[in-house]
Design a protein around this ligand. Structure first.
Ligand code: ITT
Length: 186
């Protein structure tokens, strides 16, 4: 039986990725750009709060997802400030901060929050490790993708297709954890 879940996000790229990932789990995604207050806190706090808020507004089961790029040499910046930094500093600003920095380790994290009007929120974390390139490369993907080279690759997320990114990305891991949980818990 196909399950229908609402994904509350303002980001169309996330919706496309999530639809691709959910295909084989029999989950049909409906998109709604409802907006929810992004509280100060960790990705987990934001996802928990957002899912609970949206479930009570929509009066049905929802997922939200909060993601970010965490750079070790910058003390894990931009992390929870990833949206703001992407809009203001942009990828070029990040590359400037990383000029001459040898340790280029970075990871993408994604936290999915799931909630229904009758239940407490559940969260699911996905992480992908890698390092930063020295310049923006590729025009696939979105936001930080042209900067991020996942472990085991020499191409950035900007240089691979959505299908390839979906095979192992942070979002693939968090959404797959959610899908498996849903199968046994609903
Ligand atoms: P929401 O409405 O779902 O919150 P958003 O785009 O604000 O959409 P996030 O707060 O989760 O999403 O993301 C923080 C920033 O990180 C934002 O600029 C995203 O575009 C960027 N980002 C998230 N996932 C990414 C990915 O897989 N690749 C590249 N950049 C990503």
């Amino acid at each position: 039986m196909v399950k229908i879940i609402k994904f509350i996000t303002s980001n169309q790229h996330k919706v496309k990725e999530a639809r691709g990932i959910f295909e084989k789990f029999g989950i049909q995604l409906e998109h709604e750009d409802l907006g929810y207050p992004e509280i100060q806190g960790t990705l987990e706090d934001v996802a928990r709060f957002g899912a609970q808020y949206a479930a009570s507004k929509i009066k049905g089961p929802v997922i939200v997802e909060d993601a970010g790029l965490f750079i070790k040499a910058l003390n894990w910046f931009p992390g929870t400030y990833s949206s703001y930094v992407q809009e203001t500093l942009t990828n070029k600003g990040i590359l400037k901060l990383m000029n001459d920095v040898e340790d280029r380790y970075a990871e993408f994290r994604s936290v999915v929050g799931y909630c229904t009007p009758k239940s407490e929120p559940e969260i699911f974390l996905g992480t992908v490790k890698g390092h930063l390139s020295y310049k923006e490369r590729g025009n696939h993907g979105f936001a930080y993708d042209p900067l991020f080279i996942p472990d085991g690759f020499n191409r950035t997320f900007g240089e691979i297709t959505r299908e390839e990114k979906n095979e192992f990305s942070h979002r693939r891991i968090s959404l797959e954890k959610f899908a498996s949980w849903l199968k046994f818990n609903e």
